[in-house]
Design a protein around this ligand. Sequence first.
Ligand code: 5GP
Ligand code: MN
Length: 329
Amino acid sequence: MNPTATQSREQTISALQQGERFLLVTHEHPDGDALGSLLSMSLILRALGKDVVSFIAADDLPLSYEYDWLDVSDIVSEIPRDADERVVVFLDCGNTERSPLVDAAAAPEHLLNIDHHHDNTRFGSIDYVLEDASSTAEIVWDLANGLGVALTPEIAEALYLGLITDTGRFMYPNATPRSHAMATELLAVGIDGNLIFRRVYENLPEAKLHLFARALTVAERYLDGRLTLSVLSNDDFEQCGAPASYTEGIVDFLRAVDGTRVAALIRETTDESGQSYRVSMRSSDGEIDVSMIARAGGGGGHPAAAGFKSELGRDDLIALLCEQISEQS
Ligand code: 5GP
Ligand code: MN
């Protein structure tokens, strides 16, 4: 770890020790790492006797089937009245726009920003952002050690969830010896790793199978195959009986196609602001930084996994991706 990060580690630990009341939040549409780091941090702080409230927006509940085994009975969907008196801890959240809790972030003297996104906007009073960490869960695991909190099976399960999802089951280059050491420690607590894998990856609703079939059928190649993408329309979702969250994993499938440097899933979405597209990208060999493409489209993410939402039409979007990829390769 670099010296700045080491200094922040001490500051972070001391802020967690000194705070009495906490409000924990993560990004919208929380994934495994968002949920794992949120739940584990809550349990860790409670083990220290703290008053902890964790927030997930009502729109994001109930959790998608992959995560429906998690105990979210304590999670609130209303911002507590005393939010401005609490230490607000953002976990796995690259910027405050990705969280519905923007107002609570107005008091930056009480804002702890714990994350691993390299494009984190450093919006906290303490920004503990470790770009080399595989997951926010990996940072929380280290903080638990620093705080002297023993890992219970519940804490270890939540941390393991964050670790396996953000490393693509230890497949991505972010799975370092440290990530594997973390897994060793978590499994030694006695959790059932195989059960967690099965719950997350082998519990597919049939509608998801149909949605995958659709996405693979409509897959197209551009730039001599360097870009592999699928576009899913609102009609596709309707006909398959699948919600948007069932797209999870499709882009990883596209990335595996021979010759692909960038894989993209473009899905139509309709919300209060009207019709638009959500683009989810993955880089296959790490040569192309998809977070640069996402930023060009108004989003962000990691070099190997990034996304954005766009008002552009389908063809303009594909043209934008082709142009951006050509610039980088
Ligand atoms: P996914 O493709 O799984 O939705 O997202 C992959 C990564 O891209 C996430 O870890 C997240 O960091 C980032 N990401 C996706 N969409 C957006 C977005 O609209 N804005 C920002 N800042 N990051 C995004
Ligand atoms: Mn993460």
